[in-house]
Design a protein around this ligand. Structure first.
Ligand code: ADP
Ligand code: MG
Length: 681
């Protein structure tokens, strides 16, 4: 099926070898590529009454020249052409830069059509496009494609038109008819034509709606199918943990698990017992008690005779986890710590213990995935703050065992909308409840720097016996600068507060020993105010700290601010967060406002996503986010959710292999190299 669409583009009328080369550069090789090369934007050239135009937005205006255009020259080769137009009963000025040549084409009495930015107050348009004559003959909605210089819009549209004419019979429906009907989607060929030659905004909207659904459902089908195939391929790792011993362990805790912890734990244990490899993400706000859940699942694995590994992004965090797990486990397990600073003989001892199963649990940083780290029987892997590791690093740890169960943890709640796409191949457990007695951190936004008021607030908290963090911004381009800021601030505060209050300094340039030393002093309250860069962002746990001051807070994203704020509010006392910020733009102000209004990480992450867009959400480096041609995960999340449910129904009923209606979809999905030949056996 569709074979003619796979022909090279040179088969299309009007595409010679030369044009073909240029189209290839745009990634277009087959007829199908060309047909589905959609515009990324549509410009509107509709003429609207002046009163309906929106200030500062693009508008198209048709008017009559009341005088000959005037040209002013300034600078080198720069010019400004002014047209005085009569539009309806108004006098409108149209200003056009560096196109003085137009003066010779226009004279008083002519009709012109101009498009540009509309200034409502001055009744003026700054022209980006102009045409002599009335607006008619101009298509009101014009597609805009990504083009290379050598391929003009006119040329591209011409060859797309011939491709549609010649190949329309081959563009067949791929969705089952009942889906098309029940979602009222236009047929595939109709939708395709509208994408390139929209007749109206409404028709275009439905065409897009169709392709959004189509690409989402194909994406979801692939994800869910792969997950199913993967599950089946990794069967045989059921962990027979000892429920009785596990219950005793939980009962030895100084607190009772929250309902959300219990629920997540049950989900994890169920996965462990199942014959399939677990691939699960545990999401929970900072302080929601993920570590406790992690510890219990690690213990479950130990009672099943396996080893467990916990990988975290920083040494400080590794040490903290090591300490808290050692306390929790008492002598129930042999826990070892492996970080970059563990070297020489100590390191080889630890490696030996891990290799001959003397060690039950190994906690560490990237050091865990070095080649010479070998396990006797690794059954359970936890990756904390998983977004800080690349895909390959996560896989490297997993591959040190034979189908170990894998649990990822994150305190950066991922909006549901993203979780179902980015993590379509993972199950998700959510701890959406804080341990009882926690007081939400009161958050204030203060304009200006460390004012008198803020300084005395710090002093007041310290007098109560509490501690404070003062954070300096992360300046990605210059670690040097960042450290300098922290050092400056440290000296300033030392001058103001010492000797009554002891100030500490922490940043990425300190050696590990120095860092550890500072953290120990802060933990034991020898240091009351810790000036730091964002190295304390993740995981640091000092419950006596009740105040978080963030300098230049406008430089941080919402999720990061939330992480920083999570360093306080970990004890029973009321905690505070003060954001010192002078944001310039609206987005920055909005961020500060949101921070002061909610402490719910999930809500924050949804808002952050809206402000930043999905591309930025995880940071560019490792996003691994799928790219869609027409759909937008955030904007079109309802379609995405619908597609996810439909895909789930299709997969669980084996419709792809059993139901004729899904043949065309199956053919598309099977083009994926990972799926090829694995659906129908
Ligand atoms: P997370 O890893 O999600 O940030 P932690 O597991 O470090 O959170 O828990 C934060 C603090 O709350 C720890 O001191 C922990 O002992 C405590 N804690 C965890 N679960 C509970 C609970 N159910 N009730 C009371 N305190 C809890
Ligand atoms: Mg944690």
């Amino acid at each position: 099926m569709d074979s003619r669409l796979q022909l090279p583009i040179t088969e299309v009328k009007g595409i010679g070898d030369k044009l073909a080369v240029h189209l290839n550069e745009l990634g277009l090789f087959t007829v199908e590529d060309l047909l589905f090369y959609f515009p990324y934007r549509y410009d509107s050239y509709e003429i609207k009454p002046l009163t309906e135009l929106i200030h500062d937005e693009k508008a198209t205006i048709e008017g009559r020249l009341m005088t000959d255009p005037a040209v002013q020259y300034y600078g080198r080769k720069k010019s400004r052409l002014t047209m005085n137009l009569q539009v309806e009963s108004f006098a409108v000025k149209a200003v056009m830069f560096n196109r003085a040549f137009a003066k010779n084409q226009l004279s008083a009495g002519d009709t012109v059509t101009v498009t540009g930015k509309w200034d409502q107050h001055r009744l003026q348009v700054t022209v980006s496009q102009f045409k002599k004559g009335p607006a008619e003959n101009q298509e009101p909605i014009q597609p805009v494609y990504t083009l290379k210089e050598s391929v003009t819009l006119v040329k591209l549209r011409k060859v797309i038109k011939s491709a549609i004419d010649e190949y329309s019979e081959d563009i067949q429906e791929i969705l089952p008819e009942d889906y098309v009907l029940s979602y009222k989607l236009p047929a595939r060929i109709q939708a395709l034509k509208q994408m390139h030659y929209p007749e109206s905004r409404v028709m275009l909207k439905h065409a897009k709606r169709r392709f959004i659904y189509e690409e989402f459902v194909i994406f979801q089908l692939k994800m869910q199918l792969l997950r199913k195939l993967q599950r089946e391929a990794t069967s045989g790792n059921a962990q027979q943990y000892d429920n009785r011993v596990l219950t005793q362990f939980v009962q030895s805790f100084p607190f009772e698990l929250t309902d959300a912890q219990k629920r997540s734990l049950a989900e994890i244990l169920k996965d462990m017992k199942s014959p399939y490899r677990m691939n699960r993400l545990l999401q929970g706000d900072v302080g929601s008690g993920k570590t406790a859940v992690a510890a219990i699942s690690l213990y479950a694995s130990i009672t099943a005779g396996k080893q467990g590994a916990l990988m975290v992004p920083t040494e400080i965090l590794a040490e903290q986890h090591y300490e808290s797990l050692t306390n929790l486990f008492n002598d129930k397990a042999n826990i070892v710590l492996l970080t970059g600073s563990v070297k020489g003989k100590r390191r080889s001892q630890i490696l030996d213990q891990v290799k001959n199963h003397e060690a039950d649990i190994i906690i560490g940083t990237h050091a865990l995935i070095q080649d010479d780290v070998a396990f006797s029987d690794l059954g359970f892997v936890i990756v904390d703050e998983q977004h800080r590791f690349g895909v390959n690093q996560r896989r490297a740890l997993r591959d040190k065992g034979l189908h170990p169960d894998v649990l990822f943890m994150t305190a950066t709640p991922i909006p549901r909308t993203l979780a179902i796409t980015a993590f379509g191949d993972m199950d998700v457990s959510i701890i959406d409840e804080m341990p009882a007695g926690r007081k939400p951190v009161e958050t204030y936004w203060v304009k200006g720097g460390l004012t008198e008021r803020v300084l005395s607030f710090i002093q007041k908290e310290v007098k109560k016996g509490h501690q404070a963090y003062v954070i300096c911004p992360l300046i990605e381009e210059s670690e040097q600068l960042e450290v300098q800021d922290a050092i400056d601030l440290y000296h300033q505060l030392a001058e103001i507060y010492e000797p009554h209050i002891t100030i500490g300094l922490m940043h990425g340039r300190l050696s590990n020993n120095e860092k550890e030393d500072v953290m120990k002093k802060f933990s034991s309250n020898e240091i009351q105010v810790l000036v730091s860069t964002t190295v304390v962002e993740v995981g640091v746990n000092v419950p006596n700290a009740t105040l978080m001051v963030v300098h230049d807070a406008e430089r941080f994203g919402l999720s990061q601010l939330h992480q920083l704020r999570g360093r306080v509010g970990r004890g029973a006392e009321q905690s505070y967060c003060i954001l010192l910020a002078d944001p310039k733009g609206d987005v920055g102000k909005e961020r500060m406002r949101i921070m002061t209004e909610t402490t719910d990480g999930f809500e924050l992450s949804e808002q952050d996503l809206k402000l930043r867009g999905p591309g930025d959400f995880f940071g560019r480096k490792q996003s691994g986010m799928p790219e869609f041609k027409v759909g937008d995960m955030v904007h079109d999340y309802r379609a995405l959710e619908t597609a996810r449910q439909d895909a789930s129904e299709i997969i669980s009923n084996d419709f792809l292999s059993k139901d004729e209606r899904f043949r065309p979809l199956l053919q598309i999905i099977e083009q994926d190299a990972n799926i090829q030949g694995r659906v129908l056996d």
